[in-house]
Ligand binder design. Structure first.
Ligand SMILES: [Mn+2]
Length: 459
């Protein structure tokens, strides 16, 4: 069921939380944010706000690997007071876990989040020390309408309008979460984007969209674009791409963003590329970090490799050599893996699912991202659930990344990946979980074989 978003109610709710935040003076504030580009952007927006307000502050990153109870146990001080505040950004809608913890504390909690909330929560019975702001309650879609950074920016701006100057942080969260050209943004993401463009804090440009490689030459753009992944050129040899460009009399070394309109038209006419669109530029940064999508992707990659590097690099103007190497390696592996997937992997298909057995073809550490980007790019039938994985030697189990497209979710709102995984676990055992678009599960070999036979019962 789709309900029409109730903007008035949501903004009223946001106002109540900001008023509460402005009216109190907190001796100490702790921000807890998510370990991805959106979460890191939120964190920096809040840190900037607290700095402007001359508050004392600290932060922690939560990656969901432990329960909230265990995580917070390590953070809570034994001296409880309502002079201290917690701000959760992009990370805290597990209310069933959080409410009992918050109820027993004296600190004031602000939760700013855009993830779906579990069923069965009574929003008029929340603890008095909790201000819970989540637009999904008012009919907004956390994936399409409002990134965590968008919500956090709206909160911060209301508390202190001078935060607008740090508004460019928001676009990193939007780019990282939406995975879309900027002309496709909707609702609050679009409103805030336009506001930031008007304020000249970011620049909106139009051109050929080859996300992942917007900072590159056209040759590398075609080769290493991960959104869209180009069937014709992605992960192919330099020779093949150069000869294509040479026949069009385009220098392969031309910067992608310097292509003329007629060159772009020529490329489109002579290939199956069809990705014109808008992209965002962060004017005060240089190189890769000038490009919002690439900057966000860099943060997402670093969050898994080296979280401190992710948190610090967002404050830099230009990329470090260390980060640049990690980024190039990631993009090269991903485009090669997507190439392998489209060329070489035999797949098993049922009415509702596709199984890709990639053991020996794609390294296990790359399974998850390869699955995600094959779903985002709709490399396989977007109306089917994707299972990608194989035997993991050390555990002797079958490890699977499970993904669906947004198109699938639109049609099957109530049957996302998390639901499918819990149904599978109920029937076959195994361990795993996830959210609406993505998840993972480990199964014994016999269970996996049964799953392949009976998957259509679960989807
Ligand atoms: Mn987010």
């Amino acid at each position: 069921m789709t309900i029409k978003p109730d903007k008035t109610k949501f903004l009223e709710h946001l106002n109540r939380a900001t008023d509460e935040f402005i009216d109190r003076f907190f001796a100490h504030t702790i921000t807890i944010s998510h370990n991805d580009a959106d979460g890191i952007s939120c964190l920096h927006i809040i840190q900037n706000l607290l700095y402007k307000m001359h508050f004392n502050y600290d932060y922690f990153i939560y990656n969901r690997s432990v329960s909230w109870e265990n995580f917070l146990k390590g953070i809570f001080s034994s001296r409880q007071t309502d002079k201290n505040a917690f701000i959760f950004t992009d990370v805290g809608s597990n209310l069933k876990e959080l409410i009992p913890i918050i109820k027993n504390r004296k600190e004031i909690f602000f939760i700013l989040d855009h993830h779906e909330v579990e069923d069965g929560i009574h929003f008029d019975e929340l603890p008095e020390n909790l201000f819970f702001v989540n637009p999904t309650i008012y009919g907004y879609d956390g994936l399409e309408h409002i990134a965590g950074a968008t919500l956090t920016y709206m909160f911060a701006k209301q508390v202190n309008p001078s935060i607008i100057k740090q508004g460019w942080l928001t676009i990193i969260g939007i780019a990282g979460d939406s995975l879309k050209p900027m002309d496709k943004l909707e609702s609050f993401n679009r409103e805030i984007y336009e506001e930031l463009v008007d304020e000249e804090l970011i620049e909106d440009k139009e051109g050929l969209i080859l996300f992942g490689s917007m900072h590159e030459s056209i040759k590398n753009g075609l080769k290493y674009s991960i959104l869209p992944f180009l069937n014709q050129f992605g992960g192919e040899s330099d020779q093949k791409i150069n000869s294509f460009l040479n026949t069009l009399h385009i220098d392969p070394k031309t910067k992608l963003v310097d292509l003329t309109e007629s060159e772009i038209q020529l490329i489109q006419k002579k290939s199956d590329i069809n990705s014109l669109g808008h992209y965002a530029i962060i004017p005060q940064k240089t190189g890769l970090m000038k490009f919002a999508f690439e900057h966000a992707l860099l943060l997402n990659i670093l969050c898994f490799k080296n979280i401190s590097a992710a948190i610090s690099i967002i404050q830099l103007k230009s990329i470090t050599r260390y980060a640049k190497n990690i980024y190039s390696e990631y993009i090269q592996n991903l485009s090669a893996n997507l190439r392998t997937l489209t060329n070489e992997i035999p797949y098993f298909e049922t009415k509702k699912a596709i199984f890709l057995e990639v053991k020996g073809k794609i390294p296990p550490s790359n399974w998850s991202d390869t699955a995600s980007f094959s779903a985002v790019n709709e490399l396989f039938d977007p109306n089917k659930i994707l299972f990608l994985g194989g035997l993991e030697k050390k555990s002797g189990t079958i490890k699977l990344s499970v993904r669906c497209s947004r198109k699938y979710l639109e049609k099957n709102k109530s049957n996302g990946i998390n639901k499918i995984i819990s149904n599978i676990k109920r029937e076959f055992g195994g361990v795993g979980g996830g959210h609406k678009l993505a998840g993972g599960i480990r199964l014994s070999k016999p269970s996996y074989n049964l799953l392949k036979k009976r998957i259509d019962e679960f989807v």
